[in-house]
Write a protein that binds this ligand. Structure first.
Ligand code: NDP
Ligand code: MG
Length: 398
């Protein structure tokens, strides 16, 4: 029977790859609901092609979407708006699978709603887990939601871990013979830049990733290595493991997507061409496998794989994230909020590339940390941190 899919963030890079996977398996999956934020015309084209029951946009975009629907004679899709609309589709009883592919903190409540409704949740929106790790993981357990990693590294780790590992109570320590997780990082577009060169890089250069084609925010995160920092936190929550069991390995070719080491000396790696359709298809079909258009890895072409330590002097964001995870509580949410503000300011040419980690560090030092016991507290801290980070970016404004 066909499974109904809700794609939150359908107009983005992950949203588009999700549609590619669905296109290959029209008998298995149907698009039930979609959401967008600014690209309303693109959303209307998606509705024309896939006939979802619901499309969600910000209230300010509803009229514009109605106009496009009229123009294209789309009558079968109902328009919902804002966060309440996103939550309604994420927890809709007819939905089987939710692709959480909104970027940033805006994805938190809809992703959590999908988890609380016990869905199969394909998690791309790492920021939501970074902000609310304990709450999200607890909700998944209590509501028997399947929270499956789409982030290529976490999907790779998941593939290399023993079966049923996600269901274990680990107490923060690796179990079943696992000794360590090796989280790979491409190193981003500025891997070999000096500090002086880094001080002058532009948003356009930062958004040009050597191996992956992604949205702007994650591209900048990859360039600062904050993406790896967020992923470190994501891995700690997904696999219930303390941060010192996760080692970051720079692997510029992005062929190995991450590894798991075992006590007997084994290291298992998941490899493949860098294309998000592979982890997306894996999360759709797990524990089965479905075909994608991604060509098999040709090791005679990709015949050199390199590995090195990350440089935390040129890329301090990774260490900031590790420290935030070590501190625990609200620190990861503070880190995430400050980073979102700093990245936005950098993209608008308001601050310099090297200011991004500075804004994050100052915000972490300024906003008080405590236990992240409730969602309200997390959201309140998120807005406090944003306010402070905005002040900082304004004062740094070039
Ligand atoms: P994009 O910027 O390409 O897409 C983001 C999507 O979210 C778009 O559909 C956008 O709508 C929507 N959106 C943006 N802001 C809001 C908001 N405030 N409220 C509701 N919706 C919003 O990002 P990516 O697809 O690259 O990334 C999505 C998530 O997946 C991120 O969390 C990222 O870290 C993660 N991820 C991405 C990978 C990749 O390869 N791209 C790899 C691993 C993880 P619109 O386009 O209409 O403005
Ligand atoms: Mg990743």
């Amino acid at each position: 029977m066909s499974q109904s899919v809700c794609i939150l963030g359908v107009t983005g890079s992950i949203g588009q790859s999700t549609l590619k996977v669905i296109d290959r398996h029209p008998e298995k999956y149907n698009v039930f609901a979609v959401s967008a934020f600014s690209r309303v015309e693109q959303l209307s084209e998606i509705c024309q092609q896939y006939h979802p029951q619901y499309a969600v946009v910000p209230a300010a975009k509803v009229d514009e979407l109605h106009q496009f629907f009229k123009l294209k004679n789309i009558t079968s899709t109902e328009i919902l708006s804002d966060e309440s609309g996103l939550i309604a589709v994420a927890e809709h009883p007819q939905v089987d699978i939710v692709m959480a592919a909104i970027v940033g903190a805006a994805g938190l409540l809809p992703t959590l709603a999908a988890v609380q409704a016990g869905k199969r949740v394909l998690l791309a929106n790492k920021e939501s887990l970074v902000m609310s790790g304990d709450i999200m993981m607890k909700a998944a357990k209590e509501n028997k939601a399947l929270l499956l990693p789409v982030d290529s590294e976490h999907n790779a780790i998941f593939q290399c871990l023993p079966q049923n590992y996600l269901q274990l109570d680990t107490g923060g320590k690796p179990q079943l013979g696992v000794s360590q997780i090796l989280l790979t990082a491409s190193g981003g577009p500025f891997l070999h830049h000096t500090l002086d060169e880094l001080s002058k890089v532009t948003p356009a250069q930062a958004c040009k990733h050597p191996n992956w084609s992604m949205g702007q925010k994650i591209s900048v995160d990859s360039a600062t290595l904050m993406n790896k920092g967020l992923e470190l936190i994501e891995a700690c929550h997904l696999f219930s493991i303390q941060e010192h069991f996760v080692t970051v390995v720079v692997h510029p070719q992005s062929i190995i997507h991450s590894m798991v080491q075992y006590v007997d000396g084994s290291t298992l790696a998941q490899m493949g061409n860098p294309d998000m359709c592979t982890p997306i298809a894996h999360a759709f079909a797990w524990p089965n496998r479905i075909e994608t258009h991604v060509p098999p890895l040709d090791l005679f072409v990709n015949d050199t794989l390199n590995f090195k330590q990350p440089d935390t002097v040129r890329f301090p964001a990774l260490q900031l994230a590790r420290e935030a995870m070590k501190s625990g509580g609200l620190a990861p949410a503070i880190l995430n909020a400050a980073n979102e503000i700093a990245v936005e300011a950098f993209l608008k040419n308001k601050i310099k590339f090297l200011d991004i980690p500075k804004v994050v560090e100052s915000t972490l030092n300024h906003i008080q940390n405590s236990n992240a016991d409730s969602l309200e507290l997390i959201l309140e801290t998120d807005s406090l941190s944003r306010r402070y980070a905005i002040q900082l970016t304004n004062s740094l404004s070039t």
